[in-house]
Design a protein. Structure first.
Length: 701
């Protein structure tokens, strides 16, 4: 089906372009902020997608979840009310219950690490979203084996400006955004500020028939951001970012009938409160280099709970109750010193840019899980269990990069990162672990400007992920359940970025092949000893895995009014090795949460008179939900549309999401979920939002 959409867009584009060849505008260039040096998107030797502020607003996105599935080879596990666990190229966790976080996808907001807990990803007043696919061993280290997502907020401006945004829609949706920026002193731009506030409220799209309520899966979110920029001297600058997010969402998402109507008596919660600060100090007074010091600190509290039996006590002939609750308290601190050569101070006969640095981070997490189980089917057993854990992880890394200019058209880049990770873990069940890992990653690439319109690159990169341990296992569990080794991945890429028709057409195509050694795969099962009624979540190493495919993107400013766009991700995955559960194998099938295709195609109309229209279609292939069963999703397509009017100072839009009300799911499990356990296991899915219409108005003054 996606091939039909792409063909229609290409044919329509050719017809319009022929008729309007003289009335065209250029597409903008963009800089990849997550790169160690900061490089133009057209020059980077990696597979990268950037959504700038205009693109975010054109899509009507207020949260990263609104655009996630529209990105090539990017998926997520709908475990909670908002995405926390993300997969890039089929790699990434689907949950995290053990109290020992170990992310595969890095997630940063204004340089602050939110890997694995990225719920505060509001896109209000954001400059750009960057998605870097493949191992980021030089740039980011252990948390970015699969890739990196970087969200960068708008910087303060010397010109005074205020933005007001209001949204209303179905499901009692209400959004309010406010931003103001300017200089503290109108006669000087040496001290600037920017403040923004965004509030999201909605009842959710599910109905609880037992409680007769339609807000048990509600969203209540507040995001605050403050930025200060001080030009201390002619050669020094201090930039401060303060973030606060208070997410107080309900969680009542699962139904025995796999629909949007629930029967629970004790709906759960999905909460996160995060406060964070980042300080970036830039000193450019040295002759050969700039010194950049970046310090970050974040404190997050999370609660995730649900009614585990999915029904009220009277649903079955005799009482049956299962409730689950998990609380986390996470603190992160990081410090980086980076030395970046100045353009006029290249080494080796003015041919080579260089940079080097040192990085330290600390992550501390306290985790408490409580389970309650009442089962009168087996004689009125009452099982309650609660456990607490403490986790501490220190990372120290040194890194460097050389960018050698063979000539004006060719750059060879090499980077290396050496990292040491030390973990300490303890639990109320007397578990003690203290593993350490020495890891090496990096890249070598060559980028060549074939012509003024075409830039090709080839790259080899090596990523890594620390080894660890499984918790919550019985005392007599086998050693093969307890520990797992670190994973490494070699990534090979060929890419071509092109610009045609005086930069009115931009395309990017990447072919990649990832060779994973001792790949880490997560899963779940009942207690393998059968001693307790509890699920055990574990990670294990298999022998090897392959993830390979294509990522392609295109934007065509066909006329001054019309733009066509499209993206496509194709992915194949393989795995070799025997899981710990010898009764099940995944060696002959795809990896979990790794759809073989994803696409997004659409058209945008924007006229100088102010009229605006946009429509896009997103398609996602079927994928397996987990590595421990063969239950899989259905393929689906989603259609979004926006109509509006824009002026210099105000805008108004009528929009619709999933306008054809397609039913699709973002998470699934396969087990027996009835108290006698006499029925065979079956698949259960978390159904995603249905059709929603609304209105957004924006005012600048």
């Amino acid at each position: 089906m996606h091939h039909k959409h792409l063909s229609v867009i290409v044919m329509t584009s050719l017809a319009i372009a022929t008729a309007n060849a003289d009335d065209l505008t250029q597409l903008p260039s963009m800089t990849v902020d997550a790169d160690l040096r900061g490089i133009d998107l057209s020059e980077i030797a990696a597979s990268v997608t950037i959504l700038d502020e205009n693109e975010i607003q054109d899509r009507g996105a207020s949260h990263f979840s609104d655009v996630l599935l529209q990105l090539p080879n990017v998926n997520f596990s709908g475990e909670g009310s908002l995405p926390r666990h993300i997969q890039i190229r089929g790699m990434g966790e689907r949950d995290e219950y053990t109290g020992a976080p170990n992310a595969s996808v890095g997630f940063a907001i204004d340089g602050i690490d939110f890997s694995g807990i990225g719920m505060p990803a509001s896109l209000f007043d954001v400059q750009q979203v960057e998605v870097l696919r493949g191992p980021q061993g030089t740039r980011y280290g252990a948390n970015a084996l699969a890739g990196l997502i970087n969200i960068k907020s708008n910087a303060p401006s010397a010109q005074r400006e205020t933005l007001l945004e209001v949204t209303g829609g179905q499901d009692n949706l209400r959004e309010f955004g406010l931003m103001t920026t300017g200089a503290f002193n109108e006669d000087s731009d040496r001290a600037l500020y920017r403040l923004s506030l965004f509030r999201h409220l909605s009842d959710g799209f599910r109905k609880n028939d037992f409680l007769d309520r339609d807000n048990t899966n509600n969203r209540d979110e507040l995001y605050l951001r403050g930025q200060l920029s001080f030009q201390l001297t002619d050669t020094s600058q201090l930039d401060l970012t303060l973030l606060h997010a208070n997410i107080d969402n309900g969680y009542d998402a699962w139904s025995l009938n796999n629909n949007r109507r629930t029967l629970t008596d004790e709906p759960g919660d999905d909460k996160q409160r995060s406060s964070a600060i980042a300080a970036k100090f830039t000193l450019s007074g040295f002759q050969a280099f700039d010194l950049i010091s970046t310090s970050t600190y974040a404190d997050s509290s999370l609660k995730y709970s649900y009614d585990g039996d999915w029904v009220h006590p009277g649903f079955y002939p005799t009482p049956f109750v299962y409730n689950f609750s998990n609380n986390k308290q996470r603190e992160t601190f990081s410090q980086e010193f980076r030395f970046v050569s100045k353009p006029e101070q290249r080494i080796f006969n003015q041919s080579t840019d260089w940079l080097t640095g040192i990085y330290f981070s600390n992550l501390r997490e306290r985790n408490r899980t409580a389970e309650e189980f009442v089962d009168d089917f087996t004689g009125g057993d009452l099982f309650t269990d609660s456990g607490s854990t403490r986790f501490n992880s220190n990372n120290i890394a040194v890194f460097g990069q050389l960018d050698h200019h063979l000539d004006d058209a060719t750059v060879v880049s090499g980077g290396l990162r050496v990292e040491h990770n030390r973990q300490r873990f303890s639990s109320s069940a007397s578990e003690r672990f203290s593993p350490s890992n020495n890891m090496i990653g990096g890249h070598i690439s060559i980028s060549h400007q074939l012509t003024e319109q075409h830039n090709a690159y080839a790259a080899i990169s090596r990523g890594y992920k620390a080894g660890g341990f499984n918790t919550g296992l019985p005392a007599n569990a086998s050693n093969e359940f307890i520990k797992y080794d670190k994973e490494t991945a070699w990534n090979y890429e060929l890419g071509l970025r092109s610009s045609f028709l005086e930069r009115r057409v931009n395309t990017a195509v990447t072919l990649f092949y990832m060779d994973r050694r001792k790949p880490q795969f997560d899963g779940y099962t009942f207690d393998p000893t059968g001693e307790t009624f509890s699920y055990v979540f574990f990670t294990e190493n298999l022998d090897k895995a392959k993830n390979y495919g294509i990522e392609a993107e295109a934007d065509w400013q066909v006329t001054r009014d019309w733009k066509l766009f499209g993206s496509l991700g194709l992915l194949k995955t393989k795995v070799s090795g025997q899981p710990v559960n010898s009764e099940f194998t995944i060696s002959s099938r795809e990896q979990a949460h790794a759809p073989s295709y994803q696409y997004n195609v659409g058209a945008l109309y924007r006229n100088v008179s102010g009229y605006f229209a946009r429509v896009d279609v997103t398609g996602v292939d079927a994928f397996y939900y987990d590595n421990v069963h063969n239950f899989r999703s259905s393929r689906y397509t989603l259609t979004n549309a926006r109509l509006g009017y824009e002026s210099n100072q105000w805008e108004i839009y009528l929009w619709g999401r999933n306008i054809f009300d397609r039913k699709y799911a973002t998470r699934g499990f396969f087990f027996t979920n009835e108290p006698s356990y006499s029925e065979p296991a079956q698949g259960y899915e978390k159904i995603a939002p249905g059709r929603q219409f609304g209105v957004t108005a924006r005012l600048r003054f």
